[in-house]
Design a protein around this ligand. Structure first.
Ligand code: MN
Length: 235
């Protein structure tokens, strides 16, 4: 196999680079990979400091071309009757590496966004039961709505602030960033031991309690205080 060269021509045009707008900039954020953290909020606030019994975080991936921009439509997907919303803070990386130390992790963050980890819960449940991968439950078309990226140069690194979602004006999910079991620097560090992180990677940081099914016509409005909001209609 020959390595591609800078003069390579393609047999058909390559797919577009998935990207997200950046608040306050005319430039786009090019997305490389989308990582998602599994369960990352305790039922109750971890008000006594960290939980000594926490298990290592676990991750899955979504395909970058499943992103949907703010104000967009999430078409109700095929092959499911139980599609859930999971509102999450998203971490956007400007650089990466392997085995990033916790204390260096925030230096790789470009900014933050508000995302939805849309889930075909019935298919995910079957996959769990059968010990199969989660892709069909998690990585389907349009499954990763995401707001514009807000640069940490403007807002710093929020560690506290409500994480919430309303459906048709009714509150469904409510948590706070200070309830994250694995904090942002820890999740970056841990993930970088399993994968080589790169500029353009997004990390969906997990969802607070209150996930539930959506139906066609629902309007999902979610936010992370200090970062922004995301509005998506189920089509
Ligand atoms: Mn999730």
């Amino acid at each position: 196999m020959n390595a591609p060269t800078t003069t390579a021509s393609y047999v058909f045009p390559p797919q577009a680079v998935p990207s997200l707008p950046i608040r306050g900039s005319a430039m786009m954020f090019p997305v490389h990979r989308i990582y998602c953290v599994g369960r990352n909020y305790a039922d109750h606030a971890i008000e006594m400091g960290h939980d000594p019994n926490r298990e290592p975080p676990f991750f899955f991936q979504k395909n970058p071309d499943t992103l949907v921009g703010n104000g967009g439509v999430f078409p109700y997907p095929d092959k499911s009757n139980d599609v859930h919303h999971e509102l999450e803070m998203v971490v956007a990386l400007k650089s990466g590496g392997k085995d990033i130390p916790v204390e260096k992790a925030l230096g790789h963050v470009f900014g933050y966004a508000v995302g939805l980890d849309m889930t075909r819960r019935d298919l995910q449940g079957e996959a769990k039961k059968m010990g199969r991968p989660w892709e069909i439950g998690k990585a389907f078309e349009h499954s990763a709505p995401c707001s514009e990226i807000v640069p940490s140069a403007d807002i710093g690194h929020p560690a506290k602030g409500a994480v919430w979602l309303k459906v048709n004006g009714v509150e469904k999910q409510k948590g706070d960033l200070d309830q994250l079991i694995w904090k942002v620097p820890e999740m970056i560090s841990y993930l970088s031991g399993l994968f080589e992180l790169k500029s353009g990677d997004l990390i969906y940081s997990g969802t607070p309690a209150g996930v539930a099914a959506v139906k066609k016509g629902d309007v999902m409005l979610g936010g992370v205080d200090g970062i922004g909001e995301l509005k998506i209609t189920v089509g």
